[in-house]
Design a protein around this ligand. Structure first.
Ligand code: SF4
Ligand code: SF4
Length: 267
């Protein structure tokens, strides 16, 4: 029948219209007052249409929401590495960025001039960034993440929209707060909450400490054997020296014979 679709659509709109007032009555006017009710208004429990008093109220974004990228740094109150960059300035994010809006200046050791694994400068042109998230997906060190902060309007679209390292850097605890599930999955993949390289360093230090402790504990039982082996080693060294001296002497003798033959030939 003609117009059935239109009638259905209008019926849905009418239901929403009525439900909005039903919901208002259910909360007896408190629907727009407390933060708890704001949560309910955003939930599937809510009925009808509702408005948000932006910017005082903001609709919660899902965990996988992504806007512009930010750089992860250790928390400023971290005891061992306060504020240390997670970025190693490997440059992979800049390479994979489709619109090429990332610029990185690699750090250098001031004494040796050799490159160090941290960025001296890092820029992202936020106006060019298309929020694809490739940089975050490809970063091998979990050092760049997609932010939930979408309020970036400003009156100046030149320098303000080119985010530098200071503006881009955010604490690791911030990443955990906006994306707890993701951060936990990444931690499991890395094998710990620390940066990959720091974990490697710690594992190396633990190994070295374990072998040093083992070496310290060993002398009581191994010392006599080591002492017995020492003269043998000395003998071995002196035998090798003797053989070398013999070889040199033979070579000298052969050279002398050759020279003598040549002199006789000339004579
Ligand atoms: S890919 Fe990650 S570690 Fe490499 S430069 Fe980009 S943010 Fe830094
Ligand atoms: S989100 Fe996409 S466009 Fe934006 S900086 Fe990362 S890779 Fe480039």
């Amino acid at each position: 029948m003609y117009g059935q679709g239109i009638a259905k659509g209008l019926w849905i709109t009418f239901k929403h219209f009525v439900n909005t007032y039903v919901d208002d009555l259910r909360y007896a006017g408190r629907k727009y007052i407390s933060d708890d009710n704001f949560e309910i208004r955003q939930s599937p429990k809510s009925q009808g249409a509702y408005t948000v008093q932006y910017p005082d109220e903001k609709i919660a974004v899902p965990e996988r929401f992504r806007f512009t990228p930010f750089l992860v740094v250790y928390d400023h109150d971290d005891e061992e590495r306060p504020g240390q960059d997670w970025c190693t300035s490997c440059g992979i994010c800049a390479k994979v960025c489709p619109p090429q809006c990332i610029w990185i200046v690699r750090g250098q050791d001031p004494n040796t001039g050799r490159p160090v694994p941290e960025p001296e400068a890092f820029f992202i042109d936020i106006d060019i960034c298309m929020n694809c998230g490739y940089c975050a997906e490809f970063c091998p060190f979990d050092a760049i993440k997609m932010d939930h902060d979408y309020e970036m309007a400003s009156y100046d679209r030149t320098t303000t929209h080119i985010h530098d390292k200071e503006r881009l850097s955010k604490e690791f605890s911030y990443w955990k707060s906006i994306a707890p599930t993701r951060a936990y999955e990444e931690m499991e993949a890395r094998g710990g909450w620390d940066h990959k390289d720091i974990q490697k360093e710690k594992a190396k230090a633990a190994k070295a400490a374990a072998s040093a402790a083992q070496a310290e504990a060993a002398p009581t039982s191994d010392q006599p054997a080591a002492q017995a082996a020492a003269p043998e080693q000395a003998n071995g060294a002196s035998d090798a020296d003797k053989a070398k001296a013999e070889r040199l002497a033979k070579r000298e003798a052969a050279l002398a014979r050759k020279r003598a033959r040549e002199e006789q030939g000339e004579g």
